[in-house]
Design a protein around this ligand. Structure first.
Ligand code: P70
Length: 445
C-alpha cells in the first residue's frame, strides 16, 4: 500500500499548530508531512497479514483466529493462557484489577503513562526501581532498562513482600528512550523475586526489539536468534500485557497473557465487562489473525536488523549534526534532549512540548512530547512530576518510511536547532484530568 504525502505551506502549518493548541496529538494527520508521532498502530502490514484479514472468522464465540493467536502466543512467548484485548491498555486494566489491592506497591523499570494510571485506578502505587543511569540522557550504559535490585530489596523491606503483588518489567523501556533490559538482570530479578514470592509481569510491547539488543550487546548471546531470546525473556516471567500495535505490526490489538489459571479465570470474567467475549476481547477475528501473523514476522532476525537499523541511521545522522539525543540509541525512535536543545527554557515552560510544536511548524514533521506534560501530576499532592528526562520522541513506524525521509528529518531538526533561540516556551491553558498529554492545549508565553 502506498500513501500519498502532503506538503503544506508555512502559513498552513502555523495555523494548524495554533488550532491544535500546540499539541501534536491534536493535529489532523492530513496536515502532517512525515509522521513520527508514534510507532503504535502505524506500521505497514505485510502481504501475509493482509491475506490473513481475508480469513477472518467473525463468529461471536470461539473464532478460529483466536485459536491461531493462542497457539502463536504459546509457541513464540510460552505463556499458557491468553485473553485478547482491544489494545495494550485494555490488558493493563485487566491485569491491574485482578492483581492489585488498595494500598499495594507496584515497582517497575520507569513509569509508563497508561500502565501507571491503571495501577493507580486499581488502588496501587507505582514506584520506580530502574537503574539511575536510565535517567541520564548521556550515560552510555548498554542496558539502561535494567532494574536496580538494591532499590527493589529496599522497597520489599519497607513494605513487605505481601504488599507487592508483582513487579512490572517493560521490554524495552519507552520513557527512557527505548532502552533494553539485559538477560542477566532478568535472571537475577527472577531469583530475587522467587525468594519473596513476588510475580514478574512483563510489559512485552517491544520485546523483539529488546531481544535484538541482547543479541547485539550482551556477552554470550550473539549467536542466538531473536526468536529464541524472546522466548527466554518470557520464561523468567509469570505473565504479560501486550500492545500488538508495536512489535506485532498491526493497527489495532493486544492481549493479556498469564500462567496462573485462577487469575486467568478472573480476568476472563472481567474482560466481558470491558472489552468483549474472552475469545475476541474487542477485536474482530481478522484483527486477531493479522496479529498472529505479525508476531511471527516480528521475531525474524532480518526484520529486526532492518527495523532498528533504520532507527540507528537517523540517530547517527542527528548526532553528526550535533543534536543532543539520548544515548545509546534505543529501539523505536530517537529521543531528542529538549533541556539541552532549549537551555533558555525552564521545565515549567514545557520545552519538549514547545520543541515538538516548532518542529511541526518548521518542517511538517510530527513528533511527541515525552517530558513534564507526559509525566502528569502526583495524584496525592496535585503537583507536577518533574522528570529528569525532558524529551521529544521521533518515533519510527515499521516498514513505512525510506532513508530519504530520515535524511529530511535530520535536516529539519538541524534547521530548528540552528534557530533554537527563537523557540519560545508555552503555557498550558487546558489540562484534562487523565493522561493530560493527549488533549492538553497550550499557548505561546
Ligand atoms: C506509544 C504508544 C503504548 C504503550 C507502550 C508501552 C510500553 C503500554 C502501551 C499501551 C501509544 C501511547 C500511549 C500512551 C501515551 C502516548 C502514546 N504506547 N506499554 O506511542 O498500549 O497504546 O496499545 O494501549 O509504549 O508509545 P496501547
Amino acid at each position: 500500500m502506498v500513501e500519498l504525502l502532503k506538503m503544506t505551506t508555512p502559513a498552513q502549518r502555523k495555523k494548524a499548530i495554533k488550532d491544535a493548541g500546540y499539541n501534536t496529538f491534536l493535529l489532523r494527520s492530513e496536515d502532517v508531512y512525515i509522521d513520527l508521532l508514534t510507532d503504535s498502530g502505524t506500521s505497514a502490514m505485510s502481504d501475509a497479514q493482509w491475506s490473513g484479514l481475508m480469513l477472518g472468522d467473525e463468529a461471536y464465540a470461539g473464532s478460529k483466529n483466536f485459536y491461531h493467536l493462542e497457539a502463536v502466543v504459546r509457541k513464540y512467548y510460552g505463556y499458557k493462557y491468553i485473553i485478547p484485548t482491544h489494545q495494550g491498555r485494555g490488558a493493563e486494566n485487566l491485569l491491574s484489577q485482578v492483581m492489585i489491592r488498595k494500598g499495594d506497591v507496584i515497582p517497575g523499570n520507569m513509569y509508563f503513562t497508561t500502565t501507571r494510571l491503571h495501577q493507580e485506578l486499581a488502588g496501587g502505587r507505582f514506584v520506580d526501581v530502574i537503574i539511575d543511569e536510565a535517567h541520564d540522557p548521556e550515560s552510555l550504559h548498554p542496558f539502561k532498562g535494567d532494574i536496580d535490585l538494591n532499590k527493589l530489596e529496599v522497597l520489599i523491606k519497607k513494605h513487605g513482600a505481601e504488599r507487592i503483588p508483582y513487579i512490572c518489567v517493560a521490554t524495552t523501556v519507552n520513557m527512557a528512550g527505548g532502552q533494553p533490559v539485559s538477560m542477566a538482570n532478568l535472571k537475577a530479578l527472577r531469583a530475587l523475586t522467587a525468594k519473596h514470592e513476588i510475580k514478574i509481569m512483563l510489559d512485552m510491547t517491544r520485546i523483539a526489539e529488546n531481544a535484538w539488543f541482547i543479541q547485539q550487546r550482551e556477552k554470550g548471546y550473539a549467536r542466538r536468534s531473536v526468536a529464541s531470546l524472546v522466548r527466554e525473556i518470557c520464561s523468567y516471567t509469570d505473565g504479560a500485557t501486550f500492545s500488538g500495535k508495536k512489535d506485532a505490526l498491526v493497527n489495532i490489538g493486544g492481549f493479556l497473557a498469564l500462567n496462573d489459571k485462577d487469575k486467568f479465570e478472573e480476568a476472563s470474567n472481567l474482560v466481558v465487562v470491558y472489552e468483549g467475549l474472552h475469545t475476541y476481547g474487542g477485536l474482530a477475528g481478522r484483527d486477531m489473525e493479522a496479529m498472529a501473523i505479525g508476531i511471527i514476522e516480528s521475531v525474524r532476525d532480518d526484520h529486526m536488523d532492518a527495523r532498528i537499523g533504520q532507527v540507528l541511521y537517523l540517530g547517527d545522522e542527528l548526532s553528526e549534526r550535533g543534536i543532543p539525543i539520548v544515548k545509546p540509541i534505543g529501539g523505536h525512535g530517537i529521543f531528542v534532549d529538549a533541556k539541552k536543545f532549549l537551555p533558555h527554557l525552564k521545565q515549567t515552560d514545557f520545552p519538549a512540548q514547545a520543541l515538538a510544536a516548532e518542529l511541526y511548524e518548521d518542517a511538517g514533521i510530527r513528533a511527541m512530547e515525552r517530558g513534564i506534560v507526559s509525566a502528569g501530576r502526583n495524584s496525592k499532592t496535585g503537583d507536577h512530576y518533574f522528570p529528569k528526562l525532558e524529551l521529544v520522541r521521533l518515533t519510527i513506524p515499521r516498514r513505512v518510511y525510506t532513508q530519504a525521509h530520515m535524511d529530511v528529518t535530520a535536516e529539519a531538526v538541524k534547521a530548528v536547532y540552528d534557530a533554537r533561540e527563537q523557540t519560545q516556551g508555552l503555557q498550558m491553558v487546558y489540562e484534562p484530568a487523565y493522561l493530560r498529554f493527549f488533549q492538553a492545549r497550550f499557548e505561546p508565553l
